[in-house]
Design a protein around this ligand. Structure first.
Ligand SMILES: [Zn+2]
Ligand SMILES: [Zn+2]
Length: 228
C-alpha cells in the first residue's frame, strides 16, 4: 500500500509499505478514502515531537470497512465509518467514564493510544491506503453516503479537527452569549462565531456564568463577525 512516511525532520514522502493487516478478532481493516492533516503532524515534521521517524503518520481517517474480525458485532464489510484519533477499548474504567483518550487497555503501561504517534502504542498511522482499527466496535462511527460524495470533506473532520474543538467547548460549557478573551479583548460568542479565522493569539481565556477558564498554545481563533 502507499503511505505517508516521516523520513526525518522536515522530510516527508509517499512510499510503498507492507499492507496493514488484521491482528485481532476485534479489528477491522479500513480502506481509507480521506485522511486529514493535523497541526500535530507539524510537531513531528518540525522535530518538536520525536520518535515516529521512519513510520507512517496521520490520525484522522475516513473510509470503508474492508475486512471484519469475527468478534466485531456492529460493523459489516462496506460500512462507511470515521475513526477517532485516540484508540479506545470501550470497556476500561477510563472509557466507561467517557475519558476514552486516556484508555488503559490500548497502550499497556501508559494511558491513551493513537494512530501514527510516538509513545501512543505503536499503531501505524492513518495517512495510508489501509488502516488496522483495533476494538472496532468502539472506534468506528458509521456514516451515511458514499465515498467521494458531498459530505466526504465534512465527515473527515469528525475524526479530530471538528470534534476536538467541539469537545473542548462542551467540557467548559461555553457557547453563544459567553465571552472569549483574545489577547486583552473580551469578545462575545455569537452563533456566527465559526466564521472567519483572523486572530493568532498566544493565549486565550473564556468567561462564562460558571467561571473563567484559560488556555495556552492556541494558534487560531474564529472571530465573530457581529460582536456586540
Ligand atoms: Zn489531529
Ligand atoms: Zn479503554
Amino acid at each position: 500500500m502507499k503511505a505517508v512516511i516521516l523520513e526525518e525532520t522536515r522530510r516527508i514522502a509517499v512510499r510503498d509499505v507492507h499492507d496493514a493487516e488484521m491482528r485481532e478478532t476485534t479489528d477491522v481493516l479500513l480502506r481509507v478514502t480521506s485522511s486529514a492533516i493535523c497541526g500535530t503532524d507539524l510537531h513531528f515534521y518540525e522535530g518538536r515531537m520525536r520518535g515516529i521517524e521512519g513510520g507512517v503518520i496521520g490520525h484522522e481517517p475516513l473510509g470503508v470497512v474492508e475486512e471484519v474480525g469475527s468478534a466485531v458485532t456492529g460493523l459489516i464489510k462496506g460500512d462507511r465509518v470515521v475513526v477517532p484519533t485516540h484508540i479506545c477499548c470501550g470497556f476500561c474504567a477510563m472509557c466507561v467514564e467517557g475519558h476514552s483518550s486516556e484508555c488503559l487497555t490500548t497502550n499497556p503501561g501508559a494511558a491513551g493510544a493513537a494512530y501514527g504517534y510516538p509513545n501512543k502504542g505503536g499503531y501505524q498511522g492513518a495517512q495510508a491506503e489501509l488502516l488496522r482499527v483495533p476494538f472496532a466496535d468502539a472506534n468506528c462511527l458509521k456514516l451515511p453516503g458514499e465515498p467521494g460524495d458531498d459530505w466526504e470533506d465534512d465527515f473527515v473532520l469528525l475524526a479530530d479537527a471538528f470534534t476536538t474543538g467541539y469537545h473542548a467547548a462542551a467540557i467548559i460549557d461555553v457557547g453563544p452569549g459567553d465571552y472569549i478573551k483574545i489577547g486583552s479583548h473580551w469578545e462575545k460568542i455569537t452563533s456566527n462565531s465559526a466564521q472567519g479565522a483572523e486572530h493568532t493569539p498566544r493565549s486565550w481565556s473564556v468567561r462564562t456564568e460558571r467561571g473563567e477558564y484559560g488556555m495556552f498554545g492556541i494558534n487560531r481563533y474564529a472571530k465573530a463577525e457581529d460582536l456586540e
